[in-house]
Ligand binder design. Structure first.
Ligand SMILES: Nc1nc2c(c(=O)[nH]1)N[C@H]1C(S)=C(S)[C@@H](COP(=O)(O)O)O[C@H]1N2
Ligand SMILES: [Mo]
Length: 426
């Protein structure tokens, strides 16, 4: 466990407040009075207003999604507390995903700081295996060169609802993926300013969100080589705007090609470690997959589990929308995206006859290796009936998407081909 930053939360004590939610309670008492009543600060509570909370105490975390502008319009909401929601594939047709169409995946509440866009007292701490520990303010970060990149961000559990037998966890369909434009500083530049010691192996990433059940805060890490890759960012902006509350204000990691959980939101500490990060979310079955293929439903021993890192080749059909009806002979525009973790997309094929015949689509190259590629084609169906449009992407290593979903206990890294049903009438 890290040393100073994650002390037990005073939010636990608030749970005992009679007949009031924590927010109501805070509003009624005022933050200062509340903290004083808990004996956290003495007479004065200016410490709160001066933003000293982050050093020893957890900030209050909001459980009210509306305060953070959630849910977004047309969102399929899986849970409100913590907030998790995605969009249907046909709503993800944009080349660059607008912020209001980016899925949201939270393990706990959204920090109040993020909702209030409050930078007071916020620092990004870099410590551990570095020559010089850093505590960077937003001004400090803004002085580093700023990089802008479109990057696919996809939850490791995207497609989980397609696993058979069923697995636990948020039942994501296909929409826990997006490709927005992220702006920020290279993590490498910041780590070089701190001076990474040769003993560095891994990062341990921390954020300001705290589970209210007393469990360990969500923390994951990445290999030091990935942290030093020039494409790995500490993002300060999304689609040209300051990070929205739900997406990690004031700073988050963007780790291109890797699963979304590597992209810590509400970032406030990067602990450089001389060992693989061993937080709860790096251990056991969390974000880990079997080292070898297993029979659906089997649970391999924990020592056979490996940390999930990069995504494999995948595609999404964003047009047409599922279950539309077309007339015979009318050309149907078929369109979508494809991406392949740290590899490039080579081609995307579609079939409308359950895989007997395939048609190559026109591929539009992405703006960079980590943005998604777009593809499109036209399909003409001359006979009435029920059809499924299948899309299958191939990457530049010759790997293609599977026709049936390889199984793992937590439903991670699902990349089975996308099938969109349509009917054709005379
Ligand atoms: N601090 C913090 N960072 C986090 C999470 C979280 O719960 N807390 N969720 C992670 C997971 S599992 C995913 S998939 C992405 C989702 O990012 P988004 O909500 O911006 O789409 O954020 C990651 N970063
Ligand atoms: Mo995730």
């Amino acid at each position: 466990m890290p040393k100073t930053i994650h002390k037990p939360s005073f939010t636990d004590q608030l749970e005992t407040a009679p007949d009031a939610t924590r927010r109501d309670f805070l509003v009624k008492m005022g933050k200062g009075a509340l903290l004083a009543s808990l004996g956290i600060f003495g007479a004065g509570c200016e410490a709160v207003d001066r933003g000293l909370l982050d050093r020893g105490l957890m900030p209050v975390v909001l459980e009210d999604p509306q305060a953070a502008g959630l849910p977004k319009p047309d969102m399929l909401v899986h849970s409100a507390q913590p907030f998790n929601g995605e969009f249907a594939p046909h709503l993800l047709n944009d080349d660059v995903t607008p912020t209001e169409r980016h899925f949201v995946r939270n393990n706990s509440g959204i920090p109040e700081r993020a909702v209030n866009k409050d930078l007071h007292g916020w620092r990004l701490v870099i410590d551990g295996e570095v020559h010089k520990g850093l505590e960077l303010s937003m001004d400090d970060l803004e002085r580093f060169p700023q990089i802008t990149m479109e990057v696919v961000l996809e939850c490791a559990g995207n497609g989980r609802s397609l696993f058979m037998p069923e697995v636990g966890g948020t039942p994501w369909q296909r929409g826990a993926v997006a490709c927005s434009e992220w702006t920020g500083v290279r993590l490498r530049d910041v780590l070089q300013a701190a001076g990474v010691k040769p003993s560095a192996v891994y990062t341990g990433n921390y954020g300001e969100d705290v589970p209210n059940d007393g469990s360990e805060p969500f923390s994951r890490g990445i290999l030091i080589e990935k942290a030093m890759d020039k494409h790995t960012l500490i993002a300060l902006k999304m689609n040209g705007e300051v990070l929205p509350a739900a997406h990690g204000f004031p700073a988050r990691l963007i780790v291109p090609g890797w699963i979304g959980s590597a992209m810590q939101k509400w970032l406030n500490r990067i602990w450089i470690r001389d060992t693989v990060h061993d937080s709860e979310k790096m251990s056991g079955y969390a974000y880990r997959v079997p080292a070898y293929p297993i029979a659906p439903g089997d649970k391999p021993p924990v020592e056979d589990m490996r940390i999930a890192t990069a995504w494999q080749v995948k595609s999404l059909i964003t047009q047409p929308q599922a279950s539309l009806e077309f007339n015979t002979g009318t050309p149907i525009k078929v369109r979508g995206h494809a991406w392949a973790g740290e590899n490039r997309i080579d081609k995307v094929m579609i079939s409308a006859d359950f895989g007997l015949q395939w048609q190559e689509t026109q591929l539009i190259q992405p703006s960079n290796k980590y943005a998604w590629s777009h593809w499109e084609t036209e399909l003409t169906l001359t006979n009435r009936g029920y059809y499924e449009i299948w899309a299958r992407a191939y990457d530049d290593t010759g790997t293609a998407q599977p026709f049936t979903q390889p199984w793992n206990p937590k439903g991670y890294l699902g990349n089975v081909i996308h099938r969109v049903p349509v009917s054709v009438v005379a």
